[in-house]
Design a protein around this ligand. Structure first.
Ligand code: AMP
Length: 463
């Protein structure tokens, strides 16, 4: 869960990257960073927190040069500390390198142990760093060759941007788990996790990188290579369900269109006599609209979200009260009172949020609350870059739908079927990774029982 952006050959590279990251903030709010290249050296600025908090005008002014890459981070491997903030930078015999990564490398632990046993000294606990070490040990005249050779040893999900003295390189893994698009800004090539970053900048969207494609921009020349002759499509369906922004085009489909279709399909699969459809904002908005249109029930904004609550909200004093989900959501009693409500959310993961929302809607006077979920029950952790907890923590891994309904306190609970969800996504159903619902992992995970949240715990002073 991260966002990446990069541009080559434009005098405002760092400023454009900053704006691109701003549009990708939803993909990670823990830390952000930009590295630029001014023709002689790399300039880096990284920090904890959100893009707007880290990059002030004077900081951007310290990032000169015509090429830049940037990253917003939500950690799925490696702890949330400043030293893990990306771009990662390394000094090598090929010159300085900077790297940003969206995804999760499932064999990073083995590779790291091997590298460390022969002398590598790691600076971070991030899985991404193994790529830089393998490149540094295998220098090539062409840095792209060194990167591609390193990637031959890596397994997992990765959309990458590499910045070196002579080039910007973009890579999408042969399974294409994570999105990555390329476009053109005033004739200069640029790359982003999602097309919403291009919309902000009026970048002309060219295309999504192909599976296993490596695009190298050297001195204005754009060249494309292939990592694997046999790509195996495994696009992450959860990007469409929850993670990507609804205005983005991901895997060739506008996300809001997919979510509307999921909601409509949900209405056909799981009808219920009711008076209104209420979305859980923001994640359930489009599915609820699709459900309402298909069922003919009116859509009402019965829950209002406070958009200024970050992940860092601290309860000021426990004795005042436990705020829980109330900080984020508030019901509109006039809309809900006496009504039979179909409540729509995108997913249930741990099951900690839904009981609170259902209670909130009941307390606001709802006559009935029927929860509908726009994806199948989430039963397996993600090893490819979405922050999904262990099986023990996933409520649907350990309970039946009826048990979950009782726990949540809803009058009824239904999920979208797997086949229904895949049909709404378009394309071959087999081209999507559905591991979090089915347990069918496309890349073996070496029996990892859970996602590695911290490969090699370290303490860093002051963090
Ligand atoms: P819970 O069931 O309490 O874990 O919360 C699930 C809700 O959090 C969903 O309705 C989503 O809107 C949102 N969500 C889903 N997946 C994630 C994730 N990987 N990280 C953070 N929030 C998520």
């Amino acid at each position: 869960m991260c966002g990446i952006f990069g541009i080559s050959g434009h005098e405002d590279a760092a400023n454009l990257t900053y704006l691109g990251l701003y549009a990708l903030q939803h993909r990670g709010q823990e830390s952000a960073g930009i590295v630029s290249w001014d023709g002689e050296r790399l300039h880096a600025e990284r920090g904890m927190g959100q893009v707007a908090d880290i990059f002030k005008a004077h900081k951007l002014a310290e990032l000169p040069g015509a090429s830049a890459i940037g990253h917003t981070r939500y950690s799925t491997a490696g702890s949330s500390v400043r030293s893990n903030a990306q771009p990662l930078v390394a000094m090598t015999s090929m010159g300085p390198l900077a790297l940003v990564h969206n995804g999760n490398l499932v064999n990073a632990r083995e590779l790291r142990e091997e590298l460390e046993s022969s002398g590598s000294i790691f600076q971070t606990t991030s899985d991404t760093e193994v790529i830089l070490h393998m490149m540094a040990r295998n220098p090539r005249r062409d840095v792209v060759e060194s990167l591609m050779e390193a990637l031959c040893r890596v397994r997992g999900s990765y959309s990458l941007l590499l910045l070196a003295d002579s080039c910007v390189v973009a890579v999408r893994d042969p399974n294409g788990f994570r999105p990555l698009v390329m476009g053109e800004y005033q004739g200069k090539p640029c790359f982003a996790s999602e097309s919403c970053a291009f919309d902000l900048l009026d970048v002309k969207l060219d295309r999504e990188l192909e599976l296993g494609e490596v695009v190298a921009v050297r001195g204005g020349e754009v060249q494309s290579y292939r990592l694997s002759a046999m790509p195996q499509p495994s696009r992450c369906a959860f990007e469409q369900v929850y993670f990507a922004r609804p205005d983005s085009k991901v895997f060739g489909e506008t996300v809001s269109t997919s979510r509307l279709a999921m909601g409509a399909r949900l209405a056909r699969e799981t009808p219920v006599p009711a008076d209104i459809v209420v979305p859980v904002p923001d994640s359930g908005l489009f599915a609820a609209l699709g459900y309402a249109r298909e069922s003919g029930l009116p859509l009402e904004f019965g829950l209002i979200r406070n958009h200024y609550v970050g992940r860092t909200f601290i309860e000021p004093k426990q004795t005042i009260r436990h705020f829980g989900v109330k900080v984020k959501l508030n019901p509109v009693r006039d809309l809900i009172e006496g009504r039979r409500v179909v409540l729509i959310d995108d997913s249930i993961v741990r099951g900690t949020t839904s009981p609170k929302i259902v209670k909130m809607v009941r307390d606001a006077g709802a006559a009935e609350v029927h929860l509908r979920v726009a994806c199948p029950p989430t039963r397996w952790p993600c090893h490819y870059g979405i922050d999904m907890p262990t099986r023990e923590e996933l409520i649907a891994a350990n309970h039946t739908v009826d048990e979950i309904r009782d726990f949540i306190g809803a009058d009824s609970l239904e999920y979208l079927s797997l086949e229904g969800m895949l049909e709404t996504l378009g394309g071959e159903p087999d081209s999507y990774c559905t591991a979090c619902w089915t347990g069918q992992y496309r890349i073996p995970t070496n029996g990892q029982a859970k996602v590695q949240t911290d490969l090699f715990p370290i303490r860093t002073e002051g963090e």
